[in-house]
Write a protein that binds this ligand. Structure first.
Ligand code: SF4
Ligand code: SF4
Length: 244
């Protein structure tokens, strides 16, 4: 078996720096592929949509991990990393083949695990609830003039006709004739998805950020359980009868 490829930058950093969050990030397998030293050239920033709108910079993310200052890392995990759109433009343009996108992805996972993400994600509660109980995230109802006071009169008029417009646009697609979610996923699909989250431990992780949502999802599952479990048994019986 060939020896694992070494990355002199991450190895040097690992051997010389040391706060808890820093170590947790550096331990992740993605970091060796994502950090190879930084020229400070700013190419990643020039292409980063998040840097255009927020106080955020992929160059700073890479520099921060090279410097390894624990306080700065903790601060980023609580706030700035949540501005990244995970578009990966930085990864494919960096002359040193760094990937702020992967570093941010790793930091987010650790921030959730370590209980640092709750404040930054509080604004996403409604979206998280929709994903966990309906299977999709953005509902036309969320785009209303109340939420966007700068909309002009034409958008306000169109917004009042959302349901009629969707019925017209999606004739023959009954799942799309809704405005309280993006589309109506079948109850069985949602139940299967919720079971996967529960059994894989993902729901427990969600609970570290949105504790009350775990109860909501479990109540939702309990309401459907009898009917859905009967359907699962029915499916199993059909597969068994077909010899699969
Ligand atoms: S992945 Fe994040 S950091 Fe990289 S360019 Fe996209 S928004 Fe910016
Ligand atoms: S593009 Fe790469 S080398 Fe240039 S500033 Fe960004 S991370 Fe550093």
């Amino acid at each position: 078996m060939s020896e694992e490829a070494k990355n002199p930058i991450t190895e040097k950093i690992e051997s010389t720096k040391g706060g808890h969050f820093y170590k947790e990030i550096m331990k992740d397998f993605r970091i060796k592929e994502s950090l190879h030293g930084c020229l400070n050239c700013g190419t990643c920033v020039a292409n980063c949509p998040a840097a255009a709108f927020y106080d955020y910079s992929p160059r700073e993310v890479c520099q921060m991990m090279i410097e390894g200052d624990e306080e700065t890392i903790e601060e980023y995990m609580k706030s700035k990393i949540w501005n990244c759109a995970q578009c990966f433009s930085c990864k494919y343009r960096c002359p040193k083949e760094n990937s702020a996108a992967d570093i941010v992805m790793t930091m987010r996972e650790i921030a959730v695990r370590e209980g640092l993400a709750a404040e930054a994600l509080a604004g996403y509660t409604r979206i998280a609830k929709l994903v966990l109980t309906r299977g999709n995230q953005l509902a036309p109802d969320m785009l209303s003039p109340d939420a966007f006071p700068d909309w002009g009169p034409r958008m306000i008029e169109l917004s009042s006709k959302k349901m009629e417009m969707r019925e017209e646009l999606f004739k023959g697609f009954p799942g799309m004739n809704v405005v309280d979610r993006a589309w109506a996923a079948e109850d069985f699909t949602i139940y299967e998805m919720q079971r996967i989250w529960e059994e894989s431990g993902a729901l427990e992780k969600v609970g570290t950020v949105f504790p009350f949502l775990v109860d909501i999802v479990q109540d939702d599952m309990e309401d459907k359980k009898e009917e859905m479990e009967a359907r699962i048994e029915e499916k199993k019986a059909k597969l068994a009868a077909a010899g699969k």
